[in-house]
Ligand binder design. Structure first.
Ligand code: CTP
Length: 413
């Protein structure tokens, strides 16, 4: 296929050379369109040698071929890596001052932007709003990695590895999302409550029992709902990711705090989606001061025994509190593995019945996926429905869209 590789002016431009290699090795025809600024980091000869094609940055060369229209129109996929804050803003606002931004306006194929910038710029409300706008239009905006940036600073903003961008690009292409579909507004006026993250059960002032949930899936569910017009509240347990503006965020730590916030709000919402990884147990006692290594003076080598007690099942509590009312619609998530007593889907069907929720989204775990990963695949089961719908493997955002298609169907029913 014909891929346009846009390159923005950032230090990570060198990684685009490796991305270009990956596309070429797959047999694709790659046209590189760097910005003027990108050529300060990696020069035109590199791009021309690696792609085997001439590069240009402005709209004035080869004018008879009308490159500013043709390149975008003929592309099967446009990938921009790195996408600077400036390029994101231009793309969001439809500016077209150079060849790359013209290509972005004329392309009708899937568009994938891989941002790279300093954390402050990535987290700035202006950038967040631009990302939301672009995603609403169907553009895939890859989450930047966290880690060491150009200077000594660290945080989210690093360009993901070329392999990650390559996978996201292929995903977007397979998914076939046009860059400018009419935004779905099927959650317009719907109040949506989502929980995400992983709870931490305090043991003493410095320690807790926690889990490895990153909160990415719940965040993607919340952002997809907001993009479809929903009024979204996100109850976030220990979430360390920026949240799109327009989503109300309630931060919590432990399972009991999560329960308090969710149960106080559930009745005012049309849908509750419980994505959070809630600890089933918590330490029976919280030690008000730090537990010392030698906590027993009579036996300096003794290790303490930590007694656990059950946490409430928040999801089951919502079902009970709802009683016979059809509202709110209750959606659960479950991480399952198959075992001798049944397959993943057997266990999932049991859990759907046991918990009494309306929709259950099931992740198969145990193959290095799910926790912290960007891609996922799920089965979605509905109460009364015979079949499980499989969605993915795809990005958590794409999977979220599929989950909302099922939920909006259930809401209408
Ligand atoms: N959940 C909850 N309260 C808990 C534990 C889980 O509300 N104390 C919710 C999660 O947010 C998720 C769903 O229940 O939506 C599934 O959780 P899971 O831990 O898989 O289910 P369990 O009933 O704990 O079953 P298992 O025995 O497989 O752990």
């Amino acid at each position: 296929m014909r891929i346009v590789l846009g390159v923005g002016g950032g230090i990570a431009a060198y990684k685009a050379a490796l991305l270009l290699r990956l596309f070429s090795e797959d047999g694709h025809e790659v046209t590189v369109v760097p910005t003027e600024a990108a050529l300060r980091f990696v020069g035109a000869p590199t791009w021309e040698a690696l792609s085997g094609r001439p590069v240009q940055t402005d709209v004035w060369s080869n004018i008879t071929e009308v490159p500013h229209v043709r390149i975008g129109q003929e592309a099967d996929l446009v990938v921009v890596a790195p996408t600077t804050a400036d390029l994101l803003a231009k793309a969001a606002h439809g500016l077209a001052g150079d060849l790359l931004t013209n290509v972005l306006l004329t392309a009708r194929c899937p568009v994938v932007l891989a941002p790279a910038m300093h954390t402050e710029m990535w987290e700035h409300a202006a950038t967040r709003a631009n990302v939301v706008t672009l995603r609403e239009r169907g553009v895939t905006v890859v989450e930047p990695d966290s880690g060491r940036l150009t200077g000594a600073d660290t945080g989210p903003g690093r360009l993901p590895e070329p392999e990650t961008i390559h996978a996201a690009a292929m995903d977007a292409w397979r998914d076939g999302r046009a860059s400018d579909p009419a935004p779905a507004d099927d959650l317009d006026g719907t109040a949506v409550l989502v929980s995400t993250g992983g709870t931490r059960e305090p043991l003493d002032p410095v320690r807790y029992l926690g889990n490895r949930s990153s909160g990415k899936q719940g965040l993607a569910i919340a952002e997809a709902a907001a993009a479809r017009g929903g009024r979204v509240t996100l109850v976030a347990a220990n979430l360390d990711l920026p949240v799109a503006p327009g989503i109300e965020v309630v931060r919590v730590g432990s399972a009991l705090e999560l329960q308090e916030q969710i149960s106080a709000r559930a009745a005012d919402h049309d849908v509750v989606v419980m994505v959070a990884a809630v600890a089933d147990f918590r330490p029976a006692e919280y030690a008000g001061s730090k537990i010392k290594k030698t906590h027993d003076p009579g036996d300096p080598d003794a290790a303490p025994t930590i007694q656990l007690v059950r946490n409430p099942d928040i999801l089951a509590g919502l079902v009970t509190a709802r009683g016979d009312s059809p509202s709110p619609l209750i959606v659960g998530f479950a991480a399952e593995t198959g075992d001798a007593s049944g397959s993943v889907l057997d266990h999932a069907r049991d859990k759907l019945t046991r918990k009494g929720c309306d929709v259950l989204v099931v992740n198969e775990v145990g193959v290095g996926k799910t926790f912290g990963a960007d891609d996922t695949s799920v089965h979605v089961l509905t109460r009364g429905g015979d079949d499980a719908l499989e969605i993915g493997p795809a990005s958590k955002r794409v999977v979220s869209e599929g989950i909302w298609d099922v939920i909006t169907g259930a809401l209408r029913a």
